[in-house]
Design a protein around this ligand. Structure first.
Ligand code: AHR
Length: 526
């Protein structure tokens, strides 16, 4: 059967999408790129927590974005907006990190417990100098994570808190005893202890978390960790605050000097990297209205993540060959200039097809290193930086990044399949180039083989052939693309860019796809 015919008859077009899907699968006689799957040698499990999300007391990320309070006119369950909850549930959000970020090192947990009208009003000195009535505190965070069915990652305050305050927070949350703190938790409405999955000792301790050196922090990390005592069946994984971008010295020093003591074990080192189109913090680039040069530079900059991962993992492999210590990218995503008129302290930004491509490129990299990267958190969940969701009072839209996370759900806890991309297609811009195709493959929990492909080139298609020691009948999945570089959703046009379903038949057991320019596809092969 001729593939053009097969695809024309079998592609399921949604009303507006026939043209896009039709051109996706038109004749593909000679594939330029071949993706070879090594089905015989499955790799590491892709920890679902790679799909973790970060929520901070920052701008409208929590207040309005997630929490509106029980008395709000915006529909809510116990104060959490129902539209956002339901959209996040569709992503199967596996893990949420809270309360910061920079905010964490000035957060005193006792400010956020007890009757809401008695909670302290504090000033958010990191983000816009606004006041925080602490209506969203420990109980609200834990309830929110529970409503999502997500694991919890709490970032402790090392910068301005004492070891006692940190240890007491954990006691408050995890003790089943009759201690004063455990009973205080009960008085505040929670009888049983909560399970705390991850706990970090400080955040960005090289910067907003205290401007420390790795040497100074390593000692503090050990000191604080020594006093974090929880019941044996409720021990969070302890995370040390590592470096950012190419700061390898943090990983090196921490793995050599703070991996373990008689009292504690370090479970992971965190790392942060943000993608700026220009690479310049003074003038980062715009979320929308950019030209191809900033499309290209943003993608090139995001792919630096691969070098950071490889270099850090090489250090870890040297000092921790059994791979006991994880490398967690607990903040990543795009960071643009704040649009005119928006509060510079709130980090609200629009999100376009470029963000979706960036998300997919990073997720593919994390899958590739799933044996060390057991967790990552995109920054951030709602209304801040590379958000899944944007809200405007009672209105809500899903971003292109949201759609990528949804398309990638099957990869959560899937078994990665090693692959080789042959053809070396490049996306060239002026004198520079980046790989044109990024790919990842895994056997999902439903037993099916899933593949994600990204075409980074906004100008040309790529014919991609999938090769495996096995015949396939069809490929079924979704594509996210547009003709416009900065395609995005707005409150007026919330479905401007959304995934389109497709089905295509294999020919003689082989699947060949003409992958549209600037697109992401996720499909399963049967
Ligand atoms: O995500 C915004 C901020 O970026 C975080 O608070 C901080 O950790 C990082 O610098």
């Amino acid at each position: 059967m001729n593939i053009k015919k097969a695809s024309t008859t079998l592609i399921k077009c949604l009303t507006t999408s026939c043209l896009i899907a039709g051109s996706l699968f038109m004749s593909s006689a000679n594939a330029q790129t071949t993706v070879h799957l090594d089905l015989e040698n499955p790799g590491a499990t892709i920890n679902k927590n790679i799909y973790g999300q970060f929520m901070e007391h920052l701008g409208r990320g929590i207040y309005e974005g997630v929490w509106v309070g029980e008395n709000s006119s915006i529909k809510n369950i116990n104060g959490f907006r129902t539209d956002v909850l339901s959209a996040l549930r569709d992503l199967h959000v596996p893990l949420v990190r809270w309360p910061g970020g920079c905010f964490a090192d000035e957060y005193h947990w006792k400010d956020g417990i007890g009757p809401k009208n008695k909670r302290k009003v504090t000033v958010n000195t990191n983000w816009g100098g606004v006041t925080d009535d602490n209506a969203f505190g420990t109980h609200e965070f834990m309830e929110f994570a529970g409503l999502l069915g997500a694991e919890v990652y709490i970032n402790g305050n090392l910068g301005t808190g004492t070891p006692q305050e940190m240890a007491q927070w954990l006691e408050y949350m995890t003790s089943d005893s009759q201690s004063t703190l455990a009973n205080l938790r009960r008085e505040n409405g929670r009888d049983k202890p909560w399970k705390i999955d991850y706990f970090a000792i400080g955040n960005e301790t090289w910067g907003c978390g205290g401007s420390m050196t790795p040497e100074y922090y390593a000692n503090l990390y050990k000191r604080y960790a020594t006093f974090l005592k929880t019941p044996a069946d409720n021990t969070p994984k302890l995370i040390a605050s590592g470096g950012h971008t190419d700061q390898l010295e943090w990983t090196e020093y921490l793995i050599k000097n703070a991996k373990s003591t008689w009292a504690m074990q370090m479970d992971a080192i965190s790392h942060h990297y943000y993608t700026l189109p220009t690479g310049n913090w003074e003038k980062k680039g715009s979320a929308l209205g950019f030209d191809e040069s900033e499309w290209f530079s943003a993608l090139k900059n995001t792919l630096r993540m691969e070098t950071f991962i490889k270099n850090n993992i090489a250090i870890l492999d040297k000092h921790d060959p059994d791979k006991k210590v994880g490398f967690y990218i607990d903040e990543w995503g795009t960071w643009y200039d704040v649009a005119e008129g928006d509060d510079p302290g709130f980090l609200y930004q629009q999100n376009s097809l470029r963000d979706a491509v960036i998300a997919a490129l990073n997720l593919n990299l994390f899958h590739q290193h799933a044996d060390r990267i057991h967790m990552s958190n995109i920054a951030q969940m709602v209304n801040v930086l590379q958000a899944m969701i944007l809200t405007d009072k009672e209105k809500m839209i899903l971003t292109p990044t949201y759609h990528v996370f949804k398309m990638y759900v099957p990869f959560q806890n899937a078994t990665s399949i090693p692959l080789t991309i042959k053809g070396k297609a490049k996306y060239k811009y002026n004198d520079a180039s980046i790989p044109k195709i990024s790919a990842t493959a895994a056997i999902a929990q439903d037993g099916k083989l899933y593949i994600a492909l990204v075409n980074t080139d906004p100008n040309s298609m790529e014919s991609v052939s999938i090769k495996a020691p096995k015949d396939f009948v069809s490929a079924k999945g979704f594509i996210l693309t547009s003709d416009v570089l900065d395609a995005h959703n707005t409150f007026a046009k919330p479905d401007n860019i959304t995934p389109i379903a497709f089905t295509v038949l294999a020919v003689d057991g082989n699947v060949k796809i003409d992958l549209r320019p600037k697109s992401i596809i996720v499909f399963n092969l049967e």
